[in-house]
Design a binder for this molecule. Sequence first.
Ligand code: FAD
Length: 507
Amino acid sequence: MGQDAPRRIVVVGGGTAGWMAAAALVSVLPSQRVQVTLVESEAIGIIGVGEATLPHLRHFNETLGINEADFIKATSATLKLGIEFVNWARKGDSYVHPFGDFGTEIAGLPFHQAWTRMRAAGKARDIGAYSLPVRMCAANRFDRPAEDPADFASRFGYAYQFDATRYAPFLRQHAEARGATRIEGIVDTVHCDPETGDIERLDLKDGQEIEGDFFFDCTGFRGVLIEQALNVGYEDWSHWLPCNRAIALPSEKSGPTPPYTRATAHQAGWLWRIPLQHRTGNGHVYASDFIDDETARQTLLDNLEGAPLADPRPLRFTTGRRKQFWAHNCVSIGLAGGFLEPLESTSIHLTQIAITQFIELFPVDNDYTLERESYNAHMTREFERVRDFLILHYHATERTDSEFWNYVRTMPVPDSLTEKMALFRQTGRVGRYQQGLFLEPSWLAVYLGQRIVPQSWDGRLDTIPEESLGQSLTTIESQIDQAMSRMPDHDTWLANLAGVEAETRHG
Ligand SMILES: Cc1cc2nc3c(=O)[nH]c(=O)nc-3n(C[C@H](O)[C@H](O)[C@H](O)COP(=O)(O)OP(=O)(O)OC[C@H]3O[C@@H](n4cnc5c(N)ncnc54)[C@H](O)[C@@H]3O)c2cc1C
């Protein structure tokens, strides 16, 4: 593997992860540096769930040179401003984790400090009233954020809800047009160098042999290279995140398309509702130690808002991660690298981080020990931080109505999370991580939504008269009203997409 010859990268797996990786490699790296071959098997197929995303996917698509309107049309996507959580802290509760800030700084301090003081005085509304994307969700409005950072309407982000079976084929076209080669076949035998342990060659069932310098394992839960061949091991986090099964079921649309995903807590897990242009995606994620499959299936059927469009599809998973994401000359990406249950739509995002991180660390010579260590440390941190954030949703509950909720409410949680929760409860400060996906507004949304309210606020606010703080809150509400008055409803925005695109391109 010399520096002068292009590196032969073999991607095994053609699901969302495999084609995201192949498309990114050929779009971002010059053909003098990489030659990308992707092996996939139609006989095995893809998992085909994974419909809700995070705002960062927009950046991924942009980096690849993908036009947003083309993507939205090809994947029947809708826009997503956040996730509504129903029945999590208590039955009857509802809050939105939005992609955007709450309010604006008051007296140079985070908005929620003033809000906490005014709430204690009985003079503040629910925190969601001061968030533009939360209000947009409630009113079913959508528009792209304003480009001028001084405009209040610039203060949010958005993601997509899309048909998971359509993104990989869309990326395939993109990748093949830029030089990626696709091979149909099933990997049967993985040959490793007896001295180094590196993967040298893959033998397919039909007799084809594929050599490579570097291998991406994107084979989903199977982990054909990283686990079956390299045996790196799996760190199981089921004791903190006990949901281990899901049933997916699409249904007919009913009513206007909400610009958000809904996660409704149930007896031993939660139901997702993801609105797409042509149908609604539904599913029940549950813990098999606490509910049987038939009851879980019935719960899903009983809660559909439209007629089912297929038979319920059962799925099994173990929450956790590979002990090494990158071992020898093999990087595991997507479900092959690990899985954190889909409560915060993080899986495709973790795939995106894995790909970008690998490209940043792309080995320049044959000794890439340092790159590998750095990659594994980075991905471990990302996974652990998402894990803590997910645990928070379950652990910070007041529900006592089932064995499942009693378990998650009382279970010991990672120290990193215990400390963060205590800091917020006592001081209203959101402990920051140096890196990590979810930033202060996200933690804030979930803390408050799960009824963890700070016992105090920043003392500097006590020098400001209550009337003045009240005025600041009212101003924020009217700025939100003003911003929303210019926005169409979500369905109108989607219907006008072609027109909006033309304006954006010429504007
Ligand atoms: C219940 C559930 C809900 C989810 N919801 C979300 C969500 O809302 N948002 C989100 O971001 N993510 C979600 N995910 C995760 C998301 O589905 C995955 O991250 C995404 O689909 C990527 O999957 P993948 O490409 O890693 O694996 P797969 O789709 O399983 O693809 C594996 C590929 O490997 C190939 N393959 C396997 N073995 C071989 C072999 N021996 N030889 C050749 N090819 C082989 C297969 O043919 C296939 O092409 C969800 C997952 C589950 C289980």
